[in-house]
Design a protein around this ligand. Structure first.
Ligand code: URA
Length: 187
């Protein structure tokens, strides 16, 4: 566990904890407000993220940005990271050993950000953070409290690209998040 962002970021340089290091172009560490109330956790970088070194900058990310506009969440106000920091080849799901190897980085990011809310984007994030017993279809849109953090599981933005009907759910879940934060900041 690193006490500072500098140490943590340095520790991931040239990481070779799992086989994804062999095929990556860039490590996608995370971006945004390092003191955010809201943290988003995705699955892993895609091709665009791998090329640019930033999370959610491809098609799914652009859709997420549109949803943020609708609910008035600013990307620069939240912190965004992924379960794995390196792209799984052909955008396959991260394998258990890869997620496990990368988990200490994410745990350390959560400890440093100290978010009130963590939005879990899709099944991979949900299962790796809260446990394999959870399913995204059942869990989405419902608050789960664990160790003082409120978790909101929702669809992965890429799922919205495949199924239009999921867009309304996604927006709805983000509204719940906004509502929670607003209720906490009123005196
Ligand atoms: N999908 C993810 O899960 N994360 C990204 O950063 C981009 C696409």
């Amino acid at each position: 566990m690193y006490e500072t962002w500098e140490e943590l970021e340095k520790s991931i340089n040239n990481c070779q904890k799992c086989k994804l290091c062999k095929t990556r172009q860039n490590i996608v560490f995370g971006t945004g407000n390092k003191n955010a109330d809201i943290m988003f956790i995705g699955e892993g970088p895609g091709a665009d993220e791998d090329r640019l070194g930033e999370p959610f900058v491809g098609r799914a990310g652009k859709l997420m940005d549109l949803a943020f506009e609708i609910v008035e969440i600013k990307r620069e106000d939240v912190y965004i990271a992924n379960i794995v920091k390196c792209r799984p080849p052909q955008n396959r799901n991260p394998e258990d050993d890869e997620a496990k190897a990368c988990m200490d980085y994410l745990r350390n990011q959560v400890i440093l950000v100290k978010p009130k809310i963590i939005v879990l984007l899709g099944s991979v994030a949900l299962k790796n953070i809260l446990g394999k017993e959870y399913g995204i279809t059942q869990a989405r849109g419902k608050w789960i409290e664990k160790k003082g953090i409120m978790y909101m599981p929702t669809w992965h933005p890429a799922a919205l690209l495949r199924d239009e009907n999921k867009k309304a759910d996604f927006i709805n879940d983000l509204f719940l998040v906004k509502e929670y934060i607003s209720s906490k900041s009123e005196f």
